[in-house]
Design a protein around this ligand. Structure first.
Ligand SMILES: Cc1cc2nc3c(=O)[nH]c(=O)nc-3n(C[C@H](O)[C@H](O)[C@H](O)COP(=O)(O)OP(=O)(O)OC[C@H]3O[C@@H](n4cnc5c(N)ncnc54)[C@H](O)[C@@H]3O)c2cc1C
Length: 365
């Protein structure tokens, strides 16, 4: 079987490697550098703290593979609420996550303050911790996944923008090639790409922003404040802090973070910690959204497969969802069959739905 993969982000690279190791002849096309899309701009937080059983099953398999590949740096993920309503929600979430077999527990705010003295916990009403969480370094991930794909025999072509000429014909600057199947994992560009093959996807783009602080003298976990809706992760001796998302036109967006985002985010970190903190660098990237917040993964038309719509969680899920696509394409059973396949089916929408990409708390990892 000959398969083309469009997109050299984490998802495309996993699909390519997983197909190639099953003996499939794979050509991966990336228009720029590998990882030049959302993957290279991601915060790199990975966790399994999901109350939903399908999300938890996907995260479980993804973390298992990240660990096997030696790419997950263990780091607990703590999330807190500073208002009673959010606190009650955390109680329920922890119960459901534990029912899904996740290593997640409630933490007493006082104990949290003792464990992390620089964390401001006086007004924290509830907190949870996901012990199996970890951190991914985007650059190492891309290098390692690209190496894996090439070693297993995939032909990885960078600097090669393509379009589709029907579901299984790929048009590149060197001509048109036909394949048995095409997998499009091209982030927001997936929508216009498959539209050329007559497939309409319910997919939007939103812009997410992050900053890296100057170095801080503090040992902190990955963190999400459910009341103020922002997050951070340790990044070397600094913190990478994120939020500030809004819907944009994927053809026209600013790759630099907004100064207002930087100021507001630094203020929030100062309120949540005892640290006096400055910014070292900042940037923005594009995430993809769907009407029901679940990704679009699977066969979209005869011979045409898609994997996108990650709603800000695509890096952490890539090993599980890339494997899922490769297995399905090869007709192999997967432990994610059944509910996952049905729920993520890209044909579950007509493609002309109008929806708000950000009609929910944006930074919920
Ligand atoms: C600021 C920020 C923080 C984030 N933090 C996290 C996080 O902590 N954890 C997490 O799990 N996720 C996070 N995400 C989301 C995550 O980055 C994405 O969900 C994930 O990287 C998507 O990977 P992908 O391979 O699907 O897409 P991408 O990485 O976007 O790759 C798509 C590739 O397709 C290529 N392409 C597009 N069109 C064409 C074409 N016509 N021909 C050839 N190639 C083409 C692009 O150049 C690109 O390289 C974050 C995202 C942002 C922006």
């Amino acid at each position: 079987m000959r398969v083309a993969v469009v997109g050299g982000g984490a998802v495309g690279l996993v699909v390519a490697g997983d197909l190639a190791r099953r003996g499939v002849s794979v050509t991966l096309y990336e228009r720029d550098e590998l990882g030049s899309g959302a993957t290279g701009r991601a915060a790199g937080i990975a966790y399994d703290a999901f109350a939903d059983p399908v999300d938890a099953a996907v995260a479980d398999r993804a973390l298992e593979r990240w660990r096997q590949w030696g790419l997950l740096d263990p780091c607990p993920y703590v999330w807190v609420a500073r208002e009673d309503g959010d606190g009650t929600a955390i109680d329920g979430q922890v119960r459901e996550m534990r029912a899904n077999g996740r290593d997640v527990e409630r933490v007493d705010p006082e104990a949290l303050g003792e464990r992390y003295p620089t964390l401001e916990t006086d007004n924290v009403v509830a907190a949870g911790v996901a012990n199996a969480a970890g951190l991914l370094d985007a650059e190492s991930v891309v290098d390692s996944l690209a190496d894996r794909a090439r070693r297993t025999g995939a032909d990885v072509r960078t600097g090669t923008p393509v379009s589709l000429n029907g579901p299984t014909a790929v048009e590149s600057p060197t001509g048109t090639e036909s394949f048995d199947a095409v997998v499009v994992a091209a982030g927001p560009a997936t929508k216009p790409l498959v539209a050329d093959a007559g497939v309409s996807l319910a997919l939007k783009a939103y812009r997410a922003q992050v900053l890296v602080t100057e170095s801080v003298d503090a040992a902190l976990p990955s963190f999400y404040d459910a009341t103020s809706e922002f997050y951070w992760r340790p990044q070397g001796d600094a913190l990478l802090v994120g939020d500030g998302a809004h819907e944009v036109d994927p053809a026209d967006w600013d790759r630099d973070a907004d100064p207002e985002f930087v100021d507001a985010t630094l203020d929030r970190v100062r309120e949540a910690t005892t640290l006096s903190i400055g910014v070292d660098r900042s940037w923005a990237g594009l995430c993809t959204a769907t009407p029901d917040r679940d990704p679009l993964v699977g066969r979209a038309a005869d011979g045409l497969w898609v994997a996108t719509g990650w709603q800000g969680h695509g890096l952490m899920r890539a090993p599980a969802m890339g494997e899922f696509v490769a297995r399905r394409l090869c007709g192999e059973p997967s432990r994610l069959d059944g509910r996952v396949g049905e729920r993520l089916d890209p044909t579950r929408f007509d493609g002309d739905e109008s929806f708000d990409a950000l009609g929910y708390p944006t930074a919920d990892w």
